[in-house]
Design a protein around this ligand. Structure first.
Ligand SMILES: Cc1cc2nc3c(=O)[nH]c(=O)nc-3n(C[C@H](O)[C@H](O)[C@H](O)COP(=O)(O)O)c2cc1C
Length: 128
């Protein structure tokens, strides 16, 4: 998924735009076709945390997607504070059954082996 009007590389600039888009309830326009989910039972969605929640393009994607009959699980990266990301995902993912998510805090500084184990545990839980 890409954006019609991409963000800049300046995180202060992005942060302001993120707040403004949320205030206006106007998420950025997604370019091209959205993924076809018809052949999948479980959908894994990844996002960085932006201003205490999911990144705005992901919020916009959820607004436009019906997950009826599907299981959805979120994995998210952040530095120190993930705010209401997990709860917002549960509330905004339309008609999905929500499976356990995976919180990835970069400040934890875990080893590759630990990361590997975390991913395996999560995937075993979510997709078996
Ligand atoms: C606009 C913006 C807002 C962010 N807000 C948060 C935040 O609320 N909490 C946090 O811990 N990290 C925050 N971050 C840091 C990102 O979550 C972090 O850079 C990202 O998860 C790592 O992915 P990346 O390597 O793609 O940047 C923010 C970053 C940006 C650009």
């Amino acid at each position: 998924m890409t954006l019609t009007n991409p963000y800049t590389r300046d995180s202060y600039d992005v942060s302001e735009r993120v707040f403004a888009q949320r205030d206006a309830e106007a998420m950025p326009e997604l370019a091209g076709e959205l993924p076809n989910l018809s052949e999948y039972d479980t959908i894994l969605i990844g996002t960085p945390v932006w201003n205490d929640s999911m990144a705005n393009p992901i919020i916009g994607y959820l607004e436009q997607t019906d997950f009826d009959g599907k299981t959805a699980s979120l994995f998210w990266t952040y530095i120190t504070n993930d705010g209401t990301t997990e709860r917002d995902f549960s509330e905004q993912t339309q008609n999905a059954q929500i499976a356990d998510g995976l919180s990835l805090r970069s400040a934890n500084g875990i080893s590759d082996d630990e990361m590997d184990q975390m991913l395996r545990n999560w995937l075993n839980k979510v997709i078996g």
